[in-house]
Structure formats: C-alpha cells, structure tokens
Design a protein around this ligand. Structure first.
Ligand code: COI
Length: 332
C-alpha cells in the first residue's frame, strides 16, 4: 500500500512520518494543496489524504478515478468544501476525522469568553502603552451568566461540561437530543428561545449552507442586551457586519470569533506587509470587544496528531475492508 498526503504543514510532518514507520506503509508527504494539477503526483498511489480550506475542485475526482484511486481521507472534520456529486460520479469514498479533540474546541470557547469577560484585549493593549489604570475595564463573572450551547454533538457536550465547571447556568439546543442532557432538562425547544435566554451563545453546529446565517440583525434583535456570541464552528453561521454593528451600537457586549465568513486565504497566512482590504474584518480586529483569532481552536498537539494519524488509519481500513467507521454518507 502506498499513500500520499497533501497540504501537509510542517507541524504535521513528524506525526505522519512516525505513523508511516510504525505501520510500515509508505506515505509521500506533499505540502501543496490538492488541486487538478497537483493530483497528478498521486499517480501510482492507492489513496489520497488531504486537508485544505479551499474548495476541492471537481476535476480532482475525475483524475483520481482515472488513476484508480477511490478513497479520499480528510485530516479534518468539516466536509463543506467537498463536492459530493463529483465523488459519487467517480465512485470515490470519503472519510473525515470526526473527533480529533472536541475538548480543544470546547476549551477554546471558554478561553475566548474569559478573555472577553475580563476585557483582556483592551487591558493588554493599555499595559503595552504603560497605562496601568483599571477603569473602564471592569470584568463580568461567568458564574453569573447563562450560557446557551447551540449544537450538542461531541464539541457542544465537551463545552457544556466545562461551562458547568465554571458554575454557569447552561441551556442547550439541538435538533437531535442527547439522552443524558435530556434527563438533565438542559434543552430548550428552539433556537429562538436559546437566543432569548442566553447571556452567552456558543455555536457548535455545522454550516447551514450558502446564504443561511444563524446570527444576523434579525436574530440579534431577539437576543438579550449585552449578550456575547462565540463562534469556533463555521464563519458563515454569522453575518459579521450585522454582529459588528450590534456590538458597536451597544446592543451586544462583544464576540469571540475564531472563524470568519471570508477567512479562506486570510487565516493562517502572513499578510503583514500587504494592504488590508476587508473593512469589516479590519474593524473587528481593532475593536476591543472582539476576540478575533485565525481558526486556532483546533490547533493543539493532541488534535494535530489525531488528525494526521486517524485519517491514515481510516484510509487503511477503507483500502483493506472497503469501509471504515469514519466514512461519510454521501447520500443518494
Ligand atoms: C475542521 O476540522 O473542519 C476545522 O474546522 C479545523 C480545521 C482548521 C483543521
């Protein structure tokens, strides 16, 4: 068996190399993303592993089929940039890593929130200027707040545990109810209720698809005054301009954004010597009431190792048995 792994960052290499040695399976490491051009490097390999934020071009899958490669294993969880129709047309199976570290994302939700509640961004900026005054940066305490968790999959459930540990009142919404949380009476009936009753709303749901946002001027109007939004899930869940305006007007307290609707090509790039043309993002970065980070909630040693190795294990299972526990249902 010979595998090829695309879009590999420096910090992932050692985990892939270790896996390759331990499993005695050749893995060619390629730093380029998977495109209709680079897929040609896969000729002669049995399976392709990849991670990227850019959409996977449909042509890639025609070439894979031509080369007799019928499995694509992703090193991440999100499959929103994969054209399922092209995979099905070419009889290509897809796997992901559904649970590389729910705790990494959940911990980051609370990390960002604590920073915002204690106005750390503003305080650190002041101290950098040798301004050591307290006011106006008086803090708020998490134990006094109601946290609404949207989405009670693995990440949402890990977040609930952490927020409960801090003494917050936690309520939750999901289309599918987890029996344990149901018993605890944690669910509210709908998203509107979650938004209305929460001081903090933390999003742990997948993208709703093009043009469908969860947080926008209409839903923000329903939210409590002074509420906080946390997004470590997908940028397109939020209309960022609406959110910025709500914070600027004083309706909302602030937000923690680790994802952004136009992050592709920006996050994890060094743009320090370039003209910055995204006005909304620029305002968000400048505002002390936004904690903006470049999609780093997942970025821990545990998660990165799991992403590298679980994707390879899924590939081996697919090639040896025709399926794996991480195979994505591509639909009819
Ligand atoms: C995913 O796993 O889909 C993520 O959002 C994290 C990614 C930046 C590796």
């Amino acid at each position: 068996m010979k595998l090829i792994d695309f879009g590999v960052r420096e910090d992932e290499k050692k985990y892939i190399e270790e896996w390759s040695t331990e499993n005695n399976i050749e893995v060619k490491i390629v730093s380029d993303l998977l495109t209709p051009e680079t897929v040609q490097l896969a000729k002669g390999y049995d399976g392709i592993v990849a991670y990227q934020q850019l959409p996977y071009d449909e042509k890639i899958f025609d070439v894979m089929n031509e080369y007799g490669i019928h499995v694509l294993s992703l090193r991440n969880v999100g499959v929103d940039n994969v054209p399922f129709a092209a995979l099905k047309r070419n009889q290509i199976r897809l796997t992901n890593v559904p649970s590389y570290s729910p705790e990494a994302i959940a911990e980051y939700s609370v990390t960002g929130l604590m920073a915002l509640l204690r106005n750390l961004k503003h305080m650190i900026r002041k101290v950098d200027q040798h301004d050591f005054r307290w006011a106006p940066d008086i803090g708020r305490e998490l134990n006094q707040l109601t946290v609404g968790v949207a989405g009670t999959g693995r990440i949402g459930r890990a977040a609930i545990k952490i927020y409960q540990g801090f003494g917050a009142k936690v309520i939750a919404y999901d289309k599918f109810h987890n029996p344990e949380l149901e018993k605890e009476g944690m669910y509210v009936d709908d998203l509107d209720t979650l938004l209305k009753e929460s001081d903090v709303v933390t999003l742990h749901i997948p993208s709703l698809g093009k043009g469908h946002t969860l947080i926008n001027s209409k839903s923000i109007a329903e939210m409590k005054d002074n509420a906080i939004v946390i997004n470590t899930a997908r940028g397109d869940l939020i209309n960022t301009k609406d959110l910025y305006d709500a914070v600027a007007s004083g309706k909302l307290y602030g937000a923690v954004l680790d994802v952004y609707e136009k992050e592709v090509g920006v996050f994890n790039s060094d743009l320090s010597d370039q003209e910055f043309s995204d006005e909304v993002l620029d305002k968000v970065i400048k505002s002390p009431r936004f904690i903006l980070t470049p999609h780093i909630a997942f970025y821990t040693t545990k998660a990165v190792k799991n992403m590298a190795t679980v994707s390879l294990n899924a590939m081996v299972s697919e090639l040896n048995t025709g399926t794996s526990e991480n195979e994505i249902d591509l639909g009819k």
